[in-house]
Design a protein around this ligand. Structure first.
Ligand code: ATP
Ligand code: MG
Length: 159
């Protein structure tokens, strides 16, 4: 599908904002102009759904989730940043592994299987993007992903 990513992302955020049960403030830092991307919208929706539900699940009341989209060099960069419990430094890169969950006891009480981010990674890679996390334990987590956009077919270039 060929879609405006900003509009597509806003709709997903709206859906979570309307359904949210916790006191979490949503902050949007999105471009005002459309950014067209060629994506499988069902799959990218699944990726974003998982990241936002994690941000909610692993954040206490009173926190916030900040959504940022920037575009440069044919690449769109998305950041979803929460002010939740965070992830210990040595475990951050493992959260994209299948069935990996930080602190089993803590994780069990929160439900889930530990597959969400592994599936998200596969889907982003299938779109020629990258996905990674930055986190400070006790402070919060940012999940970043990129998607190529506006790629120019060299044969179509004029000089
Ligand atoms: P599932 O998504 O399959 O329902 P899950 O949420 O446990 O289960 P993932 O989404 O793959 O699985 O996340 C893996 C683990 O990474 C989580 O169990 C949690 O420990 C940690 N994690 C993911 N996102 C966050 C976050 N925003 N803040 C803190 N920890 C997180
Ligand atoms: Mg999850």
């Amino acid at each position: 599908d060929f879609v405006d990513f900003v509009k597509f992302f806003n709709r997903i955020i709206d859906r979570f904002e309307m359904a949210k049960s916790k006191e979490i403030t949503f902050i949007r830092e999105l471009p005002v102009t459309p950014l067209y991307v060629e994506i499988d919208t069902d799959k990218v929706t699944q990726v974003i759904d998982n990241i936002i539900s994690n941000a909610q699940k692993y954040s206490p009341d009173g926190g916030s989730i900040r959504f940022t989209v920037t575009a440069n060099d044919g690449e769109l960069l998305v950041e979803i940043k929460d002010t939740g419990m965070g992830i210990p430094k040595e475990q951050v890169d493992r959260i994209f592994d299948r069935f990996y969950r930080v602190d089993r006891a803590r994780a069990r009480s929160m439900g889930g299987t530990g597959l969400g981010l592994a599936i998200s990674r596969e889907m982003i890679i299938a779109h020629n993007g990258k996905i990674w996390a930055e986190s400070i334990e006790g402070k919060g987590t940012s999940i970043f992903f990129t998607l190529p956009y506006g790629l120019v077919d060299e044969e179509d270039e004029w000089d």
